[in-house]
Structures are given as C-alpha cells and as structure tokens.
Design a binder for this molecule. Structure first.
Ligand code: BDR
Ligand code: CA
Length: 315
C-alpha cells in the first residue's frame, strides 16, 4: 500500500480523485486537507465531507486550510465547477465537521506520526503545502514525493501560459518547486487528454451504484460561460489522473526536466515554465539551477479511463 495525503479544492474532478483514491486497493489515504481554489474554502470543506460521506469513508480526517492565496486575491473557477463547486449535485450536507486544527497542523502531525514517509498528492493551489514547508521544515524530509496537478509544458488554461492551480497562488507553487522534495508534475499536457466519452457518462449516470452515479453527474456537468455563453462539458477525470499517476505510473511517460515558476511578468505570471531544451542547448544558464520534476508528457488515456471506471466500482 502507498500511504498518501490529498490536498484538494473540491471541485468536480477533486471529487472524482477522492473517490478513486479511496477505492484504489494500492492507496491508503491518511488525511485530506482543503484549500481555497475552485470555490471558497468553506464550500471546499463542505464538498469534501459530502463526497466522503457518499463514499462511506467517514473515518478519514479532513482539515480546513488557507482561505486565501499567499499574496494574490482569491479568484474562483465557479463557472466551470458550478455554483456549489460540485456540478450542482447538491449532495446532502455532511453531519461531520472538519478536525479542529488547521490543515497545516494536520499535515504536520500526519507526516510526523507516520512510521514511513508519505506521498503528498496536491490537486489544488499549493498554499497549504507552501505554509507547511515554511512553518515546519522539520517534517519536510517525511514527504517521500509531491505529486502535483499543476502547470503545463505547453499551453495554459487560466491564461495563455498559466494553469489554474499555479496561477491561483504562484508564490506557493514557487516554494513547493524549490523545496528540494522529489516532484512529479501532472500538468495540462496529460490532464486534458483523459476524457470519458458521452456513452460511458450516460451509463454511469443511470447506474444503480452510488459512486458511479455521482461520477456520471460530475463528468456530465455542462457549464455555460457567463460572458460568451459557450458551453463546456467537464468529461475529464482531471485530478483523478494525478492520483492514478501514483497508483499506476506505468500509464504515463515522464521526463525529468528543469521547471520554474514565473513570479514576475505581466501576461506570464504564474506560468510554470518547463525547460524542454536538450542539455547544453541555448545560450542562457540560470544563475541558480532550476529545480527538476518528473513531468508527465504522455498518457495512455484509454487505459487510464478504464482503470478509473473499474476502480470506481469498488467504492
Ligand atoms: C485544475 O484546476 C481545477 O479547475 C481542477 O480541479 C484542477 O485541479 C486544472 O487546471
Ligand atoms: Ca482541483
């Protein structure tokens, strides 16, 4: 079993990721921490607890964390994820409360108390993780690896070059990337490729199995852009792919590449730059070497969808 902590901003695909992580036989979810991102922190906590209830997993500790990015103002993605951040599913509110400590403290304790180093899977802006690194450097060696959904080696989504999770809190992403912890990047290059087709979504929606039915409603959610009126059906397993990168890394091709977060810039702030030049190519050498990450560049999307759907049935 691989012991993991999830950091989430639930979120349609964070919900899919939680269901997948709970059901996968090789993963042992020790804690879930919540952060402002796709929707407000309070809504993220409510959504996370509701998803855990729906999965019958009410023993996993959940903590509320950062309410705002380190420096930026909060900017939600409500039009993509729906007013409740969860595809308007209006799941029954959980009777459970988050633990009484801040997410940073739950992270610290969980890392310090575990007999073995833990893998941290971050599916959201990295504010909580950056705070942990700054406040409790003594537990950083207890992190085996940070597998983060964020960035892109090609184009962005929040802006032309920046992916939402990094763009939302660039300073936090910078701290995490430069922390010295081994990194795996699950960026938009693979994130956007793992899509469930409409027939399968329809079958999930009409399933009697509660987790399948919930996944069908989440994947089938169609958002309308408030300004342009364009529609967008989620359909991607999204953040669940970053969890699959831990459970089944053989479905991806990674390259170990230099990566750095752009903090200045006007149009490029929050761009996670992946340096894909060959070694020795180019005439510019950074004064300080860039951190490196195992960057997922290709995915067997069909196999990942199959793994996701098969695993869901175990919830
Ligand atoms: C990321 O942003 C959120 O909308 C998703 O949950 C995912 O973590 C994609 O850019
Ligand atoms: Ca997310």
């Amino acid at each position: 079993m691989i012991p993991v902590i999830l950091d989430v901003d639930t979120g349609i695909d964070d919900a899919l990721a939680i269901l997948f992580a709970l059901a996968h036989p090789e993963l042992d979810v020790r804690a879930i921490t919540c952060v402002d991102g796709n929707t407000s922190l309070d809504q993220v906590v409510a959504n996370t607890l509701a998803v855990l209830d729906a999965a019958g997993a009410d023993e996993i500790p959940v903590a509320a964390g950062a309410r705002e990015p380190l420096i930026e103002l909060s900017r939600e993605a409500a039009w993509v994820h729906g007013a409740d951040g969860l595809a308007e599913t209006r799941l029954p509110a959980s009777a459970r409360k988050p633990v009484e400590v801040h997410a940073v403290e739950l992270l610290r304790r969980t890392l310090a108390d575990a007999p073995e180093p833990l893998t941290l899977i971050t599916l959201a802006p990295m504010t909580n993780i950056a705070l942990l690194i700054r406040m409790h450097p003594e537990v950083v060696p207890r992190i085996a690896r940070i597998v983060f959904m964020g960035g892109s080696a090609s184009r962005g989504n929040a802006t032309a070059v920046a992916e939402f999770n990094v763009w939302h809190d660039p300073e936090a992403a910078f701290i995490v990337l430069n922390s010295g912890v081994p990194l795996t990047m699950y960026g938009l290059d693979v994130f956007e490729r793992v899509v469930v087709d409409p027939d399968r979504i329809a079958r999930l929606r009409s399933s009697e199995h509660p987790a399948e039915q919930l996944a069908g409603r989440l994947l089938g959610y169609t958002a309308v852009h408030p300004a342009s009126g364009e529609t967008f059906t989620y359909a991607m397993i999204g953040d669940a792919g970053a969890v699959a990168a831990v459970a089944a890394p053989e479905l991806l091709r990674f390259e170990n590449l230099p990566a750095q977060v752009e903090l200045a810039g006007g149009h490029s702030r929050g761009h996670l730059i992946v340096d894909r030049r060959e070694p020795g190519e180019g005439d510019y050498v950074a004064a300080r070497p860039w951190p490196r990450a195992d960057v997922a560049l290709e995915v067997d999307a069909e196999a990942m969808v199959a793994l996701f759907l098969d695993t869901l049935r175990r919830v």
